[in-house]
Ligand binder design. Structure first.
Ligand SMILES: [Ca+2]
Ligand SMILES: [Ca+2]
Length: 395
């Protein structure tokens, strides 16, 4: 297995990092250690504050980490959201010609990524690789394909621009500072989740070394979230930030060569759906002249095959979710010094009209409970302090 820069060039980072699976995971001398530990930090913040940093920590005991995909999800999207922007990105689809008429391609299929076994020991696959290609049926039994061959490669690609929500992150003072490629997306599109894709090196050389074994407390990366104006009366104020590792399409840590860390390959049965694209003319119209694999019904026939999938080895990878707890504070305490008095009114008026500093916790200045913070909040506070008005009720 060698590091192949050309492959990296051809394919979005995901596949590059998933490209090679090594089954011979390094043995840890001390069994109490995992190969890889990921922990999302626990933090706190006030309502209606921006740029809360959520730190993700990593400890890697065995391998150098030179690329990763990490997907985080919030369990309470009504409390905080990850910061996102609407951006345009480029997505590609690869096609393989399956029938030519002279120089012209008259039929084609989408070339998808498949796990392909590259080395067997007896009947057991001991090494595999992800390749673009498609399965061609060699032999039919009735309408079912009973033998197929993987045809690797692709002939052309179609490039589409897609609008996606990209997330905000901060690599300052983190382990990924200076990495050549870091992108993030909200797969759900609304900031309830964020997926980070990062790679120490793209091209060309020289290559930057990834993160060698380290046990420190420097974050791997920091994600930026905004805390919504949570009502003071709300008693459930902690949001869990969960690592999504069930689907390895969105979770992968790789070393410098692209080998996955803490993943083993498994064989599972897969159903393949076939649709006839060209039936023979009557009376032979039960004979299909051209079969095509389709991703979903309707279909005319089905077959089964074993495919290889990657699975997370939980004896080698330890995951720990994080949280953000929304603090309460004292409503009306504009300068956040613990008491509500005339100085808070002064602070607020200076902020609104005299270029004074922004209140440390803006939501605590929203004394009348209605956004935004404006002169009505100052009036509300004065009424409360001196005219027997109602208590401040921040939101
Ligand atoms: Ca105060
Ligand atoms: Ca207000």
């Amino acid at each position: 297995m060698s590091f192949n820069p050309k492959f990296f060039r051809q394919r979005f980072v995901l596949a590059a990092m998933l490209a090679i699976v090594t089954l011979a995971a390094p043995m840890t001398a001390n069994a109490q250690f995992y190969d890889l530990e990921l922990q999302v930090g626990d933090t706190v913040g006030y309502p209606a504050t921006l740029n809360s940093a959520i730190s993700v920590y990593m400890k890697n005991y065995s391998d150098t980490v030179a690329g990763f995909e990490l997907w985080l999800m919030l369990d309470r999207p009504d409390r905080i959201i990850f910061q996102t922007n609407l951006d345009t990105v480029i997505d590609t689809t690869r096609w393989r010609c399956i029938q030519y008429s002279g120089p012209n391609c008259i039929d084609s299929v989408v070339a998808s990524l498949y796990w392909v076994c590259t080395q067997y020991s007896g009947n057991t696959c001991i090494d595999s690789v992800m390749q673009y290609g498609y399965y061609r049926c060699n032999q039919y039994q009735g309408e079912s394909c009973i033998d197929s061959t993987f045809i690797p490669g692709w002939d052309w690609m179609k490039i589409d621009s897609t609008e996606v929500f990209t997330g905000n992150f901060d690599t300052t003072g983190t382990l990924t500072r200076g990495w050549e490629y870091i992108q993030s997306r909200s797969l759900g599109g609304q900031g309830f989740d964020i997926k980070i894709t990062a790679q120490a090196n793209t091209i060309p050389p020289p290559y930057k070394r990834g993160i060698g074994p380290q046990y420190g407390t420097t974050p791997l990366i920091k994600l930026l979230a905004d805390i919504l104006p949570v009502p003071t009366t709300d008693t459930d104020r902690t949001v869990r930030i969960m690592i999504q590792a069930n689907n390895l399409d969105n979770f992968a840590f790789t070393d410098q060569k692209g080998d996955l860390i803490g993943v083993y390959t498994d064989t599972v049965a897969d159903t393949v759906l076939w649709r006839c694209q060209d039936w023979a003319d009557p009376p032979q119209n039960t004979i299909c002249l051209l079969w095509e694999v389709v991703p979903e019904p309707p279909y005319d026939s089905m077959s089964f095959r074993d495919i290889l999938v990657g699975r997370l080895d939980t004896s080698k990878v330890y995951l720990d979710d994080g949280s953000l707890t929304v603090l309460r504070g004292k409503c009306g305490d504009v300068n956040n010094n613990g008491v509500v008095n005339i100085l808070d009114v002064t602070f607020l008026i200076a902020y609104l009209y005299k270029g004074g500093p922004t209140p440390p916790v803006l939501s605590l200045a929203n004394a009348n409970g209605t956004w935004p913070v404006n002169i009505l909040d100052a009036t509300f506070l004065i009424a409360y302090l001196y005219k027997g008005g109602p208590d401040p009720r921040c939101s």
